[in-house]
Write a protein that binds this ligand. Structure first.
Ligand code: 13P
Length: 297
């Protein structure tokens, strides 16, 4: 991730809410020579069909290509989307013990002090096994049930955006490796009735992002990677974003075919993943910029 940040490129992370989505994502990464993460978030086994950290880990062992992929545990919230407490230490401990390459603890629904304390505990635990940790500061909205406030109002007010000075303190006190920041993006809806909706087109505050990059100095992560205005995403990669999470853009084409032509849905994931890599994020060949000289495959 640090090499990606230095090379001013980014590592996409693709969420896998259904098992058959994993193989075509790995294939799309390989075919475009893009280095990326295969990810599962807790909500994907609670609200979708990802099974849990172990079945995803086991499937990953069968389809991985470590020239181009690593396995990441996305969002393990301390308080979940439905505002219920989660036994997050147990879930994250299991993933670290299984051999996930990196994990995310998300205590962003808690006040700063409590976010710092929870993140610090996970950093200590994961680093003891050499596993990198991502955390979140600020509010990347969209996963909660119910309608979002009007987007332009949200963006103009900067409500929930990560504060650069808080970010400085957060990174210094937690020792976290990568920080997910709120600078305008929103997550795709996951509620059963809203998950088919087209995502709104988000913008990003590059000014805010640059300020956070300067106070933190670590690789920054952009959640809600589907449907952000393209010039904003490419600018964000130049201003500190080293990892971009993408879920909705590859999940919706899969779900759209589940009833009518399920045998075709993995290929829809392959095509959608390639489109994200080639057109939306322009990351074809990124492995050669991240690992120069290794000439993977
Ligand atoms: P999208 O659904 O907008 O791609 O967001 C994915 C995400 O941030 C998962 O952590």
């Amino acid at each position: 991730m640090e090499r990606a940040a230095l090379a001013r490129t980014a590592i996409p992370g693709f969420n896998i809410p259904y098992f058959p989505m994993m193989e075509p994502v790995v294939r799309a990464l390989r075919d475009t020579r893009c280095f990326g993460l295969i990810m599962v978030a807790r909500l994907e086994w609670v609200k979708f069909a990802a099974g849990g950290p172990r079945p995803i880990y086991e499937l990953y062992q069968q389809v991985k290509d470590e020239r181009f992929t690593r396995l990441h545990l996305d969002h393990v919230p301390v308080i979940d989307e439905d505002h219920l407490p989660v036994d997050y230490e147990a879930v994250l401990g299991e993933a670290v013990a299984l051999g996930y390459d990196s994990v995310m603890v998300d205590a962003s629904r808690l006040p700063l002090e409590e976010n710092i304390a929870a993140t610090r505990r996970i950093v200590d635990m994961a680093h003891a096994s050499g596993v990198a940790v991502e955390a979140e500061l600020g509010a990347v909205m969209g996963h909660e049930a119910g309608p979002l406030p009007p987007y332009e109002e949200l963006f103009a007010s900067g409500k929930g955006f990560t504060d650069p000075e808080e970010a400085r303190r957060f990174v210094a006190e937690t020792g976290v490796d990568w920080l997910s920041v709120a600078v305008g993006s929103v997550h795709g809806a996951i509620g059963a009735s809203a998950r088919r909706e087209k995502k709104l087109e988000a913008r990003l505050s590059i000014e805010r992002l640059e300020a956070i990059r300067q106070t933190t100095g670590i690789p920054l992560v952009l959640h809600g990677g589907t449907g952000i205005r393209k010039n904003c995403v490419l600018d964000a990669i130049r201003h500190g974003i080293a990892k971009i999470n993408v879920a909705t853009a590859i999940r919706q084409p899969y779900e759209a075919l589940l009833e009518s032509a399920p045998e075709e849905s993995p290929e829809a994931v392959y095509r959608a993943t390639r489109k994200v890599i080639e057109e939306d994020l322009e990351l074809v060949g990124s492995v050669d910029r991240i690992n120069p000289g290794t000439a993977a495959g």
